[in-house]
Design a protein around this ligand. Structure first.
Ligand SMILES: Cc1cc2nc3c(=O)[nH]c(=O)nc-3n(C[C@H](O)[C@H](O)[C@H](O)COP(=O)(O)O)c2cc1C
Ligand code: SF4
Length: 760
């Protein structure tokens, strides 16, 4: 017990005598313990982490392969071999939505060369000039970027460039659009509708232009008159840019450029084209369009554009919102564009619809151009013009072929249209380019009485100006301008599509009420309007081709379902042949629809059974559109070629058991008339019908009856009863107009182009 009590004293003694040794031993022990601990921890970590797989090393791609993937292709990641289970290793960047879209829905391109394709539109000509500057700037010496191809938007078929991109062996198209803005109707409205319709057409991929390497738009506008974008500055370029983003799957290669025409356009254009050039270089270098450039795939902007599509779809659906979709579709006679590709409901409010615009506003370039060409614009969408035959007939120098065939006196005839707009862009039409076009009527509508009064006023004022022209015959002058005289015929065919006018029946009734006969020409693109058409003295359908491909090439229709519309019109015409004098008008264009087409035309006759077929050689109009479509004087057939065609056509009809004969000709107009022999080759009206007679003597009495009894037509019209073309047949066709006799009235004086008497 005593030793235990002495222990603290002994420990204290030991500490005092061996303090350094004790401290050293303690330090060594502590260090050993720490080292052991650390070693044990690192050992445990080593056993949890697998050795790095050799496949995780980055494999460098050869340049060519890298190009194949462009920058838009999602990054390839080599999957590391991981033990299961274990923590997931994430490599590479997050795959963005936009990079998926911009790669063109899975299409992979080998970009060897780029083909810049520039599209422009112009009315006043300035955009064309700037386009030329752009071409010069882009045509640098670069083997990977080909010299630009340039297209005037009015001269191309949109289907060739804006439904699918043109294909080439090794060059990928890169679109550049340089566009002014017009707040009046121009071809640009039509171009925009085309882009929109293509996007919404459920038969077509939503991004059919994703195969393009990229696109960019440059707009020209007037900031002085339209001080901001919401007020319309460059608004059409903005619109085109948006639609192109959708159609290409957001391949906006460079942001929309804009220039104020009152400022430094060339400077702005240069800045933009420098940017475009750099991007094109990046693309051929395999760097792609890049990410993060405003508009080139930026996620926020892309989402904005999708929302806009949604709200537009919603806007179209809105008026029918309370009805079921099934009921809507059943009620519709014409297919409406339905976007089945857009499923996302929109949260945005519906934009308000703009009020309809005037088709041809006073002061617009179209108005100015038409006025310069001698047209009188009536109201906002109609026109009237005196034709050269009216002037010629006033001077006793011959009437047009309608006088020879149907008894129309040209000096009593008014040529007019209630719609200067059309739904075709025929290659031989002089008016295409600045004139309004559209598939539906989307303009202000003038009341029919104003249209009628305006047309007459315009016509009479022009005739009045003829009073002092040398050679005008007093008796003819009086027949139109005298107190007893007046307009007796109206050819609704001038330019545009008369049947398009929503009050066409009311206008026809007004003409008939004043005993003005009506010849109406339509383009076989509006079957519903044709079906609803009331009485007209003679109903024409222009037949410019015998098959779908030719029709697309010649008429360049705006309606996607143009052939279905055309054939429907044929069937409607067949039914109408008992109530209307129906006529096919064939315009022959050498190299387009003349050769080999007689059989096809005969098939169309078999389908529609028109009373008459007028065959006419095309008149050369010499416009840039015609030239752009490859039309020259070489495409105007000689009269001998027209005659040859007519004989082949007659044989083709005969082969089908169709009894049509060549009734009359007007050599001067390069025009020939065939008619249904069963209906119009007959005994004079009033004599018992010789149709079906077998007796040779009676057959000899039969004559062509292509002329019209106009008073009889008005009597029929006023009776309120249904009537047939046979009810207003006129006298027999004059001898001088028959096939083989040339068709010139011997009572008129023949003159040459300079007005000198012609020796026949
Ligand atoms: C009738 C008319 C309407 C126009 N409307 C607009 C417009 O709405 N917004 C705009 O920014 N510029 C507008 N402009 C200006 C044109 O876009 C601009 O002058 C352009 O350079 C014309 O190109 P062009 O000469 O190739 O036809 C209009 C010009 C005219 C003559
Ligand atoms: S029918 Fe035509 S071409 Fe003949 S006079 Fe009338 S408007 Fe002129």
């Amino acid at each position: 017990m005593d030793r235990l009590l002495e222990l603290p004293e002994e420990l204290l003694y030991l500490w005092h005598t061996h303090r350094p040794e004790i401290l050293l031993a303690a330090g060594i022990l502590f260090a050993a313990a720490r080292i052991t601990l650390l070693w044990r921890r690192s050992k445990r970590r080593e056993t949890l982490t697998p050795p790095l797989s050799p496949t995780e090393e980055k494999v460098s791609m050869p340049l060519q392969v890298e190009k194949e993937y462009l920058s838009n292709t999602p990054e390839r990641t080599s999957a590391p071999i991981l033990p299961k289970p274990g923590p997931r290793r994430v490599t590479g960047r997050k795959k963005s939505k936009t990079s998926d879209l911009s790669k063109g829905e899975g299409r992979i391109h080998v970009v060897n060369k780029l083909q810049p394709v520039i599209f422009y539109f112009t009315v006043g000509g300035s955009t064309k000039t700037y386009t030329e500057k752009l071409v010069a700037h882009l045509s640098a010496d670069n083997k990977d970027i080909l010299p630009p191809i340039v297209h005037d938007l009015t001269e191309i078929d949109y289907d060739d460039y804006f439904i699918t991109a043109p294909k080439s062996e090794d060059a990928i198209p890169f679109y550049l659009l340089i566009l002014p803005t017009y707040n009046i109707d121009t071809e640009l409205d039509n171009f925009l509708s085309h882009l929109q319709e293509t996007h919404h057409d459920f038969r077509i991929d939503t991004a059919p232009l994703a195969t393009l390497a990229g696109y960019s738009v440059f707009g020209l506008g007037d900031l002085h008159e339209w001080p901001s974008e919401p007020e319309g500055y460059c608004s059409q370029a903005v619109e085109v840019d948006k639609w192109m983003a959708r159609l290409t799957g957001r391949k906006r290669a460079f942001p929309l450029g804009m220039a104020n025409v009152r400022d430094d356009v060339v400077g702005e254009l240069k800045l933009w084209s420098n940017g475009v050039r750099n991007v094109m270089q990046d693309v051929v270098d395999g760097k792609g369009l890049g990410e993060g450039v405003r508009g080139s795939g930026d996620a926020i902007e892309s989402a904005d554009e999708e929302d806009e599509v949604d709200s537009e779809s919603e806007q179209r659906a809105k008026p029918k919102a309370r009805r079921t979709q099934t009921a809507d579709l059943e009620d519709m006679k014409v297919p409406i564009p339905v976007d089945f590709t857009t499923a996302k409901p929109s949260t945005k409010s519906t934009p308000t619809l703009a009020p309809p615009k005037a088709m041809v506003p006073a002061g617009s370039p179209t108005h100015t151009s038409l006025t310069k060409q001698g047209y009188t614009i009536v109201g906002s969408h109609s026109g009237v013009k005196i034709c050269r035959w009216t002037k010629s007939a006033l001077r006793g120098r011959g009437s047009c072929y309608k006088y020879s065939f149907y008894g129309i006196a040209s000096h009593l005839c008014m040529e007019a249209t209630p719609s200067l707009s059309c739904s075709n862009k025929c290659v031989f039409c002089w008016r295409h380019g600045t004139n309004p076009v559209g598939t539906t009527w989307r303009w202000e509508v003038d009341p029919p009485d104003e249209v009628f009064e305006g047309m007459k006023r315009g016509h009479y004022s022009k005739i009045k100006m003829m009073r002092g022209v040398p050679g005008v015959r007093a008796e003819r002058w009086n027949e139109i301008m005298g107190s007893e005289g007046g307009i007796r015929h109206c050819a609704l065919s001038l330019v545009g599509e008369p049947i398009f006018y929503p009050h066409i029946n009311a206008l026809l009734a007004m003409l008939h009420a004043e005993h003005i006969s009506t010849f109406l020409v339509c383009n076989a693109q509006h079957p519903d309007q044709l079906e609803a058409l009331g009485p007209v003295t003679q109903l024409y359908v222009s037949i410019d081709a015998s098959n779908k491909e030719s029709l697309r090439r010649i008429d360049r229709p705006l309606h996607r379902d143009f052939w279905e519309r055309f054939t429907r019109c044929m069937d409607i015409l067949r039914r109408k042949r008992f109530t209307h004098r129906t006529v096919f008008r064939l315009t022959l264009v050498k190299g387009f629809n003349l050769e080999e087409e007689a059989e096809g035309y005969a098939d169309l006759v078999a389908r529609a059974l028109p009373g008459f077929v007028e065959i006419k050689g095309v008149t050369y109009c010499g416009t840039s559109t015609a030239a752009g479509a490859g039309l020259t004087m070489q495409n105007v057939p000689f009269y001998s070629e027209v005659r040859e065609f007519v004989l082949a056509f007659e044989r083709a009809l005969g082969k089908r058991g169709l009894d049509y004969g060549i009734a009359a000709e007007h050599e001067h107009s390069c025009c020939v008339l065939l008619a249904d022999r069963g209906r119009f080759f007959r005994k004079p009206v009033g004599v018992e019908s010789a149709v079906g007679a077998e007796d040779d003597e009676v057959v000899d009495e039969r004559k062509w009856h292509t002329l019209i009894d106009y008073p009889a037509f008005f009597r029929c019209f006023e009776s309120g009863e249904t009537f047939a073309p046979e009810d207003y047949l006129g006298r027999p066709t004059p001898e001088w107009a028959l096939w083989g006799n040339g068709g010139f009235d011997p009572r008129d004086e023949r003159v040459d182009r300079k007005g000198r008497p012609k020796v026949v």
